[in-house]
Design a binder for this molecule. Structure first.
Ligand SMILES: *Cc1c(COP(=O)(O)O)cnc(C)c1O
Length: 419
């Protein structure tokens, strides 16, 4: 192999991104820029920046610190460019409302994050039609296509049921039909899954989860893979049709969705997210190994009725997950104890795992899914989504494996003994 054909891995690229782009004074981290505005000695330069020349004007549209994070995220997804937002939901809201308009049709997986599902209600009020389908089957997506369909939206590993969409099949379908293909890859992160490889148009991440990694900052991102033909997309406003058409989509999202709506990521959390990203691979490797070990232990336990984890051979999309995620299966699992065990009683006996919402943290987190994150949805919708009343969602962290297994097995055994 010649030196030129060597391509660097994910962690090397993240670690050296700031330095290679020339951070101030040779700093190895991009500094935290807190200035709200950026001044120019030449008024023509100031005007040029307002007219699209790369540069900074007012921090609502970004700072050198958020720009450094954006370029790191684009590197991580091998994409063309990226935009960051104050939260993952802000990124999704900006993306849907600026790329879709009244009369358009969106096809989404029925297995999506609860707040995304709730956001679809707001899109419907704006006159956007939303059809939910079982995206584990590409035929269901295909059957839902209408003349006004503009976009297909899916997640990689669904929460809490761990269903895995036919990500590659949907990519081919979207390409054949000229549809925007948007993948929320929060549960996989760029370490497990390359959205580019399945022809995604845009990749979304809640940076609050695996990428920040330690539950210490909120953020969201959209990355353009560069694979979509924005020139033919009917919803780009004339004012944003200048320069290379490959940039039109993100320009519109940035102007309408970030500048006008204002859900800007501040420099301080951007910095913390960038620091977290440096250890993404180390954390995920450990957490994925822990999750597999915990799933296997739970499956073998007599007080457990059901376990959902893509790493288990009996998972309906186990083979698909193996191919898509390179032999690792993520950090999220859900399980239901036998009906005689009360899920609250079980959770209250855990000593290591933390009773809290959120996922992708270094700590293991658990909650009773039907009574918390899916409470607002109601019983019928939960039943449709396969969320049992005693379902426990676990986001597995990086604790020592033996401690986690001991925590769950002793809680289960002591619950079952009490019966
Ligand atoms: C958490 C999450 C979001 C929303 O991200 P926030 O940063 O919490 O706003 C969106 N999608 C998925 C899959 C998530 O897990």
């Amino acid at each position: 192999m010649t030196q030129d054909s060597h391509s660097e891995g994910l962690t090397t690229r993240i670690l050296h991104a700031d330095r290679r782009q020339g951070a101030e004074h040779g700093a190895v981290h991009k500094p935290i820029h807190t200035s709200s505005q950026y001044a120019y000695s030449d008024a023509r330069e100031l005007a040029a920046v307002f007219q699209g020349k790369p540069g900074f004007s007012y921090a609502r549209q970004g700072t050198p610190t958020t720009a450094a994070l954006e370029s790191k995220l684009a590197i991580m997804e091998q994409g063309r460019a990226s935009i960051v937002f104050s939260t993952g939901m802000a990124a999704l809201a900006a993306m849907f409302t600026t790329l879709l308009k009244s009369g358009d049709h969106l096809i989404s997986s029925q297995y999506v994050f609860g707040n995304t599902n709730s956001l679809f209600g707001s899109l419907r009020q704006l006159g956007i039609e939303v059809t939910l389908v079982d995206a584990t089957d590409v035929e269901a997506v295909s059957a839902a296509i209408q003349p006004n369909t503009r976009m297909v939206f899916v997640e990689t590993i669904a929460n809490p049921g761990t269903q895995i969409a036919d990500l590659a099949g949907i990519g081919r379908l979207a390409k054949e039909n000229g549809l925007l293909y948007v993948i929320d890859s929060t549960l996989t992160s760029p370490w497990l899954f390359k959205a580019r490889d399945v022809q995604a148009s845009l990749v979304m991440h809640s940076l609050s989860k695996h990428i920040a990694g330690q539950a210490q900052a909120l953020g969201g991102a959209l990355i353009d893979t560069g694979l979509f033909d924005w020139f033919s997309y009917p919803n780009i406003l004339d004012i944003y049709k200048s320069g290379d058409p490959a940039g039109w989509g993100l320009t519109q999202i940035k102007k309408k969705g970030l500048r006008d709506m204002g859900a800007t990521l501040a420099a301080e959390p951007a910095h913390r997210i960038a620091l977290g990203a440096e250890t993404l691979a180390l954390r995920l490797e450990r957490a994925c190994d822990n999750a597999l070990a915990l799933a296997r232990m739970l499956q073998a336990h007599t007080a457990v009725d059901m376990v959902s984890y893509p790493g288990l051979a009996g998972h309906p999309q186990h083979e698909r997950a193996k191919v898509l995620f390179g032999g690792r299966y993520g950090t999220l699992l859900s399980f239901a104890p036998i009906s005689k065990v009360d899920c609250f009683d079980l959770l209250n006996r855990l000593k290591v795992a933390v009773l809290a919402t959120h996922l992708g943290d270094t700590r293991t987190l658990c909650l009773p899914a039907a009574h918390t994150i899916y409470f607002e949805m109601g019983h019928q919708m939960r039943a449709q989504m396969g969320i049992a009343d005693n379902l426990i969602r676990v986001s597995v962290g990086i604790e020592d494996e033996a401690d986690l297994l001991h925590d769950f097995s002793s809680a289960l055994t002591s619950c079952a003994d009490g019966l």
